[in-house]
Ligand binder design. Structure first.
Ligand SMILES: *[C@@H]1O[C@H](CO)[C@@H](O)[C@H](O)[C@H]1NC(C)=O
Ligand SMILES: *[C@@H]1O[C@H](CO)[C@@H](O)[C@H](O)[C@H]1NC(C)=O
Ligand SMILES: *[C@@H]1O[C@H](CO)[C@@H](O)[C@H](O)[C@H]1NC(C)=O
Ligand SMILES: *[C@@H]1O[C@H](CO)[C@@H](O)[C@H](O)[C@H]1NC(C)=O
Ligand SMILES: *[C@@H]1O[C@H](CO)[C@@H](O)[C@H](O)[C@H]1NC(C)=O
Ligand SMILES: *[C@@H]1O[C@H](CO)[C@@H](O)[C@H](O)[C@H]1NC(C)=O
Ligand SMILES: *[C@@H]1O[C@H](CO)[C@@H](O)[C@H](O)[C@H]1NC(C)=O
Ligand SMILES: *[C@@H]1O[C@H](CO)[C@@H](O)[C@H](O)[C@H]1NC(C)=O
Ligand SMILES: *[C@@H]1O[C@H](CO)[C@@H](O)[C@H](O)[C@H]1NC(C)=O
Ligand SMILES: *[C@@H]1O[C@H](CO)[C@@H](O)[C@H](O)[C@H]1NC(C)=O
Ligand SMILES: *[C@@H]1O[C@H](CO)[C@@H](O)[C@H](O)[C@H]1NC(C)=O
Ligand SMILES: *[C@@H]1O[C@H](CO)[C@@H](O)[C@H](O)[C@H]1NC(C)=O
Length: 828
C-alpha cells in the first residue's frame, strides 16, 4: 500500500515536471493562464492568450511580461497595473477595449513594449501615455487612437499605428527617438492623400518609414528631405502615385541615407503602360541606394539613358510583373550596376479589383511612342546585353513561349540563373559564355527538347534543376551521354516529373561528382543507366516510377556506390513493387543491404495473389516468400516433368504407329527426287506387273517355278530383288521404288519370311503403299509355301489372310495348275 502511494506520488511529480517544461505551470491568479518562471530569479512571464478572458487578472510585481491577446477584455480598470512596476511587455491585441483613461497604465514605469492593436478604442484621455516613460515599442494598429494623443513618449523607437490625415493635418507630436514608423495600410488603416513638408517634421531621426497602401496621391518636394538617417522607404501599393511623383521623392532622397526604396505597384493594374524617364531616376545617382523595387508597375519602356542614373551602389533590382518591350534602352542594361536582378512574371495576367481607389486627376503622359531604331542582328546567334556586375538573374513565370536559340552573352560573372516556370519549350543553345554559372533552374518549362550543345558553355554548373518538363521525349536517345558531357561538376540534378521511360547506360557518364540525383515521378522500369562511377552519390530518388524490382545489375551498381559512400540512401517509394518468387532476390537484398531506404514505412508491394503488402520489414517478407516459393518450385518442376513425359509418350506412340508410313514417305520422297532427275516420262505407270517379295531360303521356288510359270509362260514382268534391284542403291530405296513401280506385290510367305527383317520391311512398305498411294486398293497377294498356323502369324499378316487375298501352294500336280492359273489371273 505504501509502495503504491509512493509510486503514484513519483508519477505525479514526474508528470508535473514534464508539463512544466513544455507548457508552463498553471498560474496562481488564473487557471486560464500559463506561467513560465525564470529560476532562480523570482520573475515570470504569463501567457493568457485565447482564453476567453473578459477581465484582466491581478498580477504581483514580479511579473515580466503578459500576453493577453485574443480575449474579450473590454476595460482596463484605473490603476489596475499600479503594482506591476517590473512589467516590461504587455500584449493586449485582439480584445474589445473601448476606452483608455488617464490611469489605465498607471504604475508601468518600466514597460517597454505595449501592444494594443485590434481593439475598439474610440476615446483616449489626454496624458494616457504619460506614465509610460520607458516605452520604446508601441503597436496601436487597428484602433482609433489619434496621433494627437501621443505627445509625451520620449524614448519611443518603434511606432505602428493607423494614420488618417485630413487636409493639412500633420503628425503634431515630437518623437525625436523614433526610428521605425509603420503606418502601412496593409496591416492597419492609412489614408494620407497628400504628404506635405509639415507632415513628418517632428520625426527627424526616422530610419525606416513604411507608407505602403496609404492611398497617397501627392508627395510634395521636401517631405522627406530632413530625414537624414532615413534608409528604408516603402511607398508601395499607392496606385495613385504614379511615376510622376518620382521626381519629388528622389529629389528629397539625396539628403537622406536611403538604402532601400520600395515602389511596387504605384500604378493601377489596368491603366495604360508606363515608361521610366530620365527625370524619374536622375537624382538617384547622388544617393547610396542599394535596393530598388519597382514591381507591378506596368512599365513597358525605359527612356534611353535613364538607366545610366542608377547609382553604382545599387546591388538589387526587382522589376517583376511589368510589361517590358523591346527598345533602345537595351544597350543601357550593360551599365546597370546591379548584381541581383529579378524580372519575373512579365506579362502576368491579373484579376480586376472591385473597389479600386479613385485617384485625383493628373495630367500625365503615359508611354508615348518614341522613335526606336531596331538593330536586330542578322547573325544566327543573338547578342544579349547584361548588367556588367550581374551575379544572379531571376526570370520566373514569364509568359513567353520561346525556343532558346544560340545566344552570345556579354562577358559576365553570372552565378545563378532561375528560369522556373517559363515556356522555353526547346533548349538549343548554347548560351555562351556562362563560365561562372553554378546554379541553373529550368524547371517547369514544358521543355521537350534539349540539344547536345546546350550546356557547352556552363562547365562549372553544380546544381541543375530540370524537373517538371517533358524531356522523356529526347533523353532516351542520348545513347552516348552527350547532353550532360560538358557539365562534369554537377552535384545535384533534378530530372523529376519528366515522363522519362528509360535513360541510356552512358547518360550520366561524365557526372562523377553527383551527390543528389532526383528521378522521381518518371516512367522508369529498369535502372539501366550507369551510376556506379558516382563516388559521392548520397541520394538517389526513384520514387513514383514503374519499378517492379531492381535486378541484379542495378543492385550491384548501388552496392558499388555504397562501398564508396556509406551515406547512400535511395527512395523507391510509390513504385509498383512486386513480392513474388521472381523478385525474391530483390526482397532479400532489401533486407540485407546497408543502404538506407527513404520513407521505408510507405513502401508497399504486390504479392503473387495481387494483395498489397507493407514492405517495412523486408527480412520477414523474404522468409515468407522463401517458404512459399520452395513448394511452388517443386510443384512447377513436377508438373513440367509430367507434361514432358506425357508429350513424349504420345509422340513416341504416334511415331510408332505411323512408323511405316513415315519410312515410306521418306523413301518415296528420296526416290522421287532422283527419279525426276533421271527418268523421262514413261507411258506405262508401272514398270513391273508384280514385285515378288521372298526370303532367300525360298529362292528355289521363286527362281525355279515362279519365274518360269509367270514370266516365260504368261509373259508377265516380275521384279525380283536379286535380279532387278539397281546395284549401288540403298536397299531400302530399292525396295520402296520396286514396290512403287509394281502393280501388285506377291509375298512368298513362310516362317523364314516372318523372321527376316528386310522381308517384313517389304511387307510393311507394300501395305503402306496400298493404303496411301493406291487408294486402299489391295495390291498385296500372299502365297503360302507351306501350312502355317494362324497363331504363328503376326496380326498384320492375319489381317490380309482374313480378306482372302492369299493362296496356298498345294505342291501337287493338279493343284499346281489351278494355283498358277489363279496367280496369273490375279496378276494380269
Ligand atoms: C502579441 O500577441 C499576438 C497574438 O497572440 C502575437 O501574434 C504577437 O506576436 C504578440 N506580440 C508579442 C510582442 O509578443
Ligand atoms: C481624434 O481627433 C479628432 C479630431 O481631430 C477627434 O474628433 C477624435 O475624437 C479623436 N479621437 C480620439 C480617439 O481621441
Ligand atoms: C476633415 O476636415 C474637415 C475640415 O477641415 C472636416 O470637415 C472633415 O469632416 C474632416 N474629415 C474627417 C474624416 O475627419
Ligand atoms: C511595410 O508594411 C507592410 C505591412 O505590414 C509590410 O508588408 C512591408 O513589408 C513593410 N515594408 C517594409 C519595408 O518593411
Ligand atoms: C543619424 O545617423 C548619424 C550617422 O549617420 C548618427 O550620428 C546619428 O546619431 C543618427 N541619429 C540618430 C537619432 O540615431
Ligand atoms: C511635387 O511637389 C510640388 C511642390 O513641391 C507639388 O506642387 C507637386 O504637385 C508635386 N507633384 C506630385 C506628383 O506630387
Ligand atoms: C554615400 O557613401 C559615401 C561613402 O560610402 C559617402 O561619402 C557619401 O556621402 C554617401 N552619400 C550619401 C548621399 O549618403
Ligand atoms: C522575384 O519576384 C517574384 C515576383 O515578385 C517573387 O515571387 C520572387 O520571390 C522574387 N524572387 C527573388 C529571388 O527575389
Ligand atoms: C497636359 O499636359 C500636356 C503637356 O504635357 C499639355 O499639353 C496639356 O495641355 C495638359 N492638359 C491639361 C488638361 O492640363
Ligand atoms: C531538337 O532540336 C534539334 C536541334 O538541335 C532538332 O534537330 C531536333 O529535331 C529537335 N527534336 C525535336 C524532337 O524537336
Ligand atoms: C526535384 O523536383 C521535384 C519535382 O518537382 C520536387 O518535388 C523536389 O522538391 C525537387 N528536389 C529538389 C532538391 O529541388
Ligand atoms: C537488368 O535489367 C537490364 C535491363 O533490362 C538488363 O540489361 C540486365 O541484363 C538485367 N540484369 C540482370 C542481371 O538480369
Amino acid at each position: 500500500m505504501f509502495l503504491l502511494i509512493n509510486l503514484l506520488f513519483v508519477y505525479l511529480i514526474v508528470r508535473h515536471v514534464n508539463t512544466d517544461a513544455a507548457r508552463g505551470m498553471k498560474c496562481y491568479f488564473s487557471a486560464k493562464c500559463r506561467c513560465f518562471s525564470f529560476l532562480p530569479t523570482p520573475y515570470y512571464n504569463a501567457v493568457c492568450s485565447h482564453s476567453l478572458l473578459n477581465y484582466i487578472p491581478v498580477f504581483k510585481d514580479n511579473i515580466h511580461s503578459i500576453d493577453l491577446s485574443y480575449n474579450r477584455i473590454e476595460k482596463i480598470q484605473n490603476r489596475h497595473f499600479s503594482y506591476n512596476c517590473n512589467l516590461k511587455e504587455l500584449n493586449l491585441s485582439h480584445n474589445k477595449i473601448k476606452t483608455l483613461s488617464k490611469y489605465s497604465f498607471h504604475g508601468l514605469r518600466k514597460l517597454s513594449k505595449l501592444i494594443v492593436s485590434q481593439n475598439e478604442i474610440d476615446s483616449v484621455e489626454t496624458n494616457t501615455f504619460s506614465y509610460l516613460q520607458s516605452l520604446t515599442y508601441l503597436d496601436a494598429k487597428q484602433t482609433k487612437i489619434n496621433v494627437s494623443t501621443l505627445q509625451s513618449l520620449p524614448f519611443l523607437k518603434t511606432l505602428r499605428m493607423d494614420f488618417i490625415l485630413n487636409g493639412s493635418d500633420s503628425l503634431s507630436f515630437r518623437l525625436l527617438q523614433l526610428k521605425h514608423l509603420d503606418l502601412s495600410g496593409t496591416s492597419g488603416r492609412c489614408d494620407a492623400r497628400t504628404l506635405t513638408v509639415d507632415v513628418f517634421k517632428f520625426i527627424p531621426n526616422i530610419e525606416e518609414l513604411n507608407l505602403s497602401a496609404c492611398k497617397i496621391n501627392w508627395i510634395y518636394k521636401g517631405t522627406f528631405r530632413f530625414m537624414k538617417n532615413l534608409s528604408i522607404l516603402d511607398l508601395s501599393y499607392n496606385p495613385c502615385l504614379k511615376f510622376s511623383v518620382a521626381e519629388n521623392v528622389t529629389h528629397d532622397l539625396i539628403y537622406t541615407s536611403i538604402k532601400i526604396l520600395k515602389a511596387n505597384k504605384i500604378h493601377k493594374t489596368f491603366e495604360m503602360n508606363t515608361m521610366i524617364r530620365r527625370s524619374h531616376l536622375r537624382n538617384l545617382k547622388k544617393t547610396n541606394l542599394t535596393e530598388l523595387q519597382i514591381n507591378s508597375n506596368r512599365i513597358q519602356k525605359i527612356q534611353k539613358g535613364a538607366l545610366l542614373y542608377l547609382p553604382s551602389s545599387l546591388r538589387t533590382i526587382s522589376m517583376s510583373d511589368n510589361e517590358f518591350s523591346y527598345g533602345d534602352y537595351l544597350s543601357d542594361i550593360m551599365v546597370v550596376p546591379a548584381e541581383h536582378v529579378n524580372i519575373s512574371e512579365l506579362f502576368k495576367s491579373h484579376i480586376p479589383l472591385i473597389n479600386e481607389e479613385q485617384c485625383d486627376y493628373r495630367n500625365e503622359s503615359n508611354c508615348e511612342e518614341e522613335k526606336v531604331e531596331k538593330h536586330i542582328s542578322s547573325s544566327s546567334a543573338i547578342l544579349v546585353p547584361l548588367p556588367y556586375r550581374l551575379k544572379s538573374l531571376v526570370y520566373r513565370k514569364c509568359l513567353i513561349r520561346y525556343e532558346i536559340p544560340p545566344i552570345n552573352l556579354a562577358a559576365n560573372k553570372i552565378e545563378y540563373l532561375d528560369f522556373y516556370q517559363n515556356m522555353f519549350y526547346s533548349l538549343i543553345g548554347p548560351l555562351c559564355p556562362l563560365n561562372h554559372v553554378t546554379y541553373l533552374d529550368l524547371s517547369d518549362n514544358m521543355c521537350s527538347n534539349v540539344s547536345k550543345v546546350f550546356f557547352q558553355c556552363t562547365p562549372n554548373l553544380q546544381i541543375l534543376r530540370l524537373q517538371n518538363n517533358l524531356l522523356g521525349f529526347v533523353l532516351p536517345d542520348d545513347v552516348n551521354g552527350e547532353v550532360l558531357q560538358h557539365v562534369p561538376q554537377l552535384k545535384e540534378i533534378n530530372l523529376s516529373e519528366n515522363r522519362i521511360p528509360t535513360l541510356p547506360y552512358h547518360f550520366f557518364k561524365s557526372q562523377f561528382l553527383v551527390r543528389r540525383l532526383y528521378l522521381d515521378g518518371n516512367l522508369l522500369d529498369y535502372l539501366i543507366f550507369k551510376i556506379d562511377h558516382m563516388k559521392d552519390l548520397n541520394f538517389l530518388g526513384l520514387s513514383n516510377n514503374r519499378f517492379s524490382y531492381l535486378n541484379k545489375t542495378a543492385r550491384d551498381q548501388l552496392e558499388t556506390v555504397f562501398m564508396n559512400n556509406k551515406n547512400l540512401s535511395i527512395d523507391i517509394s510509390g513504385n509498383p513493387l512486386k513480392c513474388t518468387c521472381d523478385t525474391k532476390d530483390f526482397i532479400q537484398w532489401m533486407g540485407n543491404t546497408k543502404i538506407q531506404f527513404n520513407k521505408l514505412h510507405l513502401y508497399t508491394c504486390r504479392l503473387s495473389t495481387d494483395k498489397k503488402q507493407n514492405l517495412n520489414n523486408p527480412k520477414r517478407l523474404y522468409e515468407d516468400l522463401q517458404k512459399e516459393c520452395a513448394s511452388y518450385t517443386s510443384l512447377i518442376i513436377g508438373l513440367i516433368s509430367l507434361v514432358v513425359l506425357f508429350v513424349s509418350i504420345v509422340t513416341l506412340g504416334l511415331v510408332y504407329r505411323h512408323r511405316w508410313r513415315i519410312r515410306y514417305m521418306y523413301y518415296m520422297v528420296k526416290i522421287r527426287y532422283f527419279e525426276t532427275k533421271q527418268k523421262t516420262n514413261e507411258k506405262n505407270i508401272y514398270t513391273y506387273d508384280a514385285f515378288v517379295s521372298y526370303e532367300n531360303n525360298d529362292r528355289s521356288f521363286v527362281h525355279g517355278q515362279l519365274l518360269r510359270k509367270l514370266e516365260n509362260d504368261a509373259g508377265l514382268k516380275l521384279c525380283i530383288h536379286q535380279r532387278d534391284f539397281l546395284p549401288g542403291r540403298d536397299i531400302a530405296e530399292n525396295i520402296t521404288s520396286a514396290i512403287h513401280d509394281s502393280r501388285k506385290i506377291v509375298v512368298i510367305m513362310s516362317p523364314n519370311y516372318l523372321d527376316s527383317y528386310w522381308c517384313m520391311f517389304e511387307y510393311n512398305m507394300a501395305r503402306v503403299e496400298s493404303i496411301y498411294s493406291r487408294n486402299k486398293e489391295n495390291i498385296l497377294f500372299l502365297v503360302f509355301l507351306q501350312q502355317m498356323l494362324p497363331r504363328s502369324l503376326p496380326l498384320l499378316v492375319l489381317e490380309l489372310v482374313q480378306s482372302q487375298s492369299y493362296i496356298e501352294y498345294p505342291n501337287d500336280e493338279y493343284g499346281d495348275t489351278v494355283f498358277w492359273e489363279k496367280l496369273k489371273e490375279v496378276l494380269a
